[in-house]
Write a new protein. Sequence first.
Length: 137
Amino acid sequence: MVALIVAFGSITLRQSQVAIGFVLTLFCRDLAYFLGNPYMGEQGPLLSVHRIPLLEKIPILGTMFFEQDIMTYFSFVLIIVAWWWIFRTRPGLTLRAVGERPEAAFARGARVNLVRYLYTVVGGALVGLAGPCSRSA
């Protein structure tokens, strides 16, 4: 929802993304304090750690990469999929064109504002998913 507000403010209203992001950061922080106050100090659910046999025994890297929860492994896969999507598919080419030369992308038939909205909301959803899935050591 917040990403949609950022997209609306910066794409439709043509306001500064930095200013919108700053104001929404303060607003959402305070909203989280207000709504989360009854839950302060409570332990949330944790994802179980999965070890990958043999790879977990590699010094330093084994613990860092191969003793993680399922969301961390999902993020490793997502990095590769995102790279492939952006650099090896036609929609990825459109995404890059909209970011670098929106006029050229429009001339080629891309719906520039729709693409911008879509990827802003997708990025916001991924950021939102990353927040509650993080855990402290």
